[in-house]
Design a protein around this ligand. Structure first.
Ligand SMILES: [Zn+2]
Length: 215
């Protein structure tokens, strides 16, 4: 769950909980209480939260993040934040459908396609040599790439890689109904049931205990 403390005088920076085990899943989890009628908790409240997420998940090199911190204007940051939330919600709709064995909504797939294509336009093919390593062709961000939406593009590419990887078959939702966070089940037996055993696992066990002993 997102650790956020709001008071009227102080808003603490969000520290993202990365128990999902994959940047794309942790990104979807940045909207906490997604299915809870008591209210959602938004982890991406500002553009700086998006940069913090990119730094914490090592989605982008820290030099690029530092450059974005210095150069992105408030208006461009706002637009990028809107784009980030849009791609997150399309990812959420798609991933929860996939995990549940249902067809993802067509609108959300179109949104994802749009973000995938947009991300590619910011990549370039480069011949890298020097630095003591074997020269090689690399497909990476353009050298002069400094647009506010770079974290969004990086998330889109990470999502595309996840969809094409066998890991997609290991994406699960936390079984606590009030949580339902996404995570990558990397356990040997593939039987992980909770985003965090200590939080959701214990809470569900306690509830079952109460139900059994309530009469
Ligand atoms: Zn959970």
């Amino acid at each position: 769950m997102v650790s956020a403390t709001n008071t009227t005088t102080l808003v603490k920076p969000v520290i993202f909980d990365l128990c999902g085990g994959h940047p794309v899943l942790d990104f979807v989890n940045s909207l906490d209480n997604r299915f809870n009628s008591r209210g959602r908790i938004e982890g991406l409240r500002g553009y700086d939260d998006l940069l913090r997420f990119a730094r914490q998940t090592q989605l982008l090199e820290s030099a690029r993040i530092a450059q974005l911190e210095r150069t992105v204007t408030p208006a461009a940051g706002k637009r990028a934040l809107r784009a980030a939330r849009a791609v997150r919600e399309a990812l959420a709709a798609t991933l929860y459908a996939v995990v549940g064995g249902r067809a993802p909504p067509a609108d959300d797939l179109q949104t994802l396609e749009r973000f995938f294509h947009a991300a590619d336009r910011h990549r370039e093919l480069r011949w890298l040599q020097g630095g003591g390593e074997r020269p090689a062709l690399v497909w990476s961000w353009r050298r002069d790439e400094g647009g506010a939406e770079l974290p969004v593009h990086a998330l889109a590419l990470a999502a595309r890689d996840l969809f094409a990887s066998p890991e997609i078959g290991r994406v699960r939702t936390c079984e606590a109904e009030t949580c339902r966070w996404l995570f990558l089940d990397t356990s040997k037996s593939h039987t992980r049931r909770w985003c965090k055993m200590k939080v959701c696992g214990n809470r569900m066990k306690a509830r079952r205990y109460q139900t059994r002993h309530s009469d």
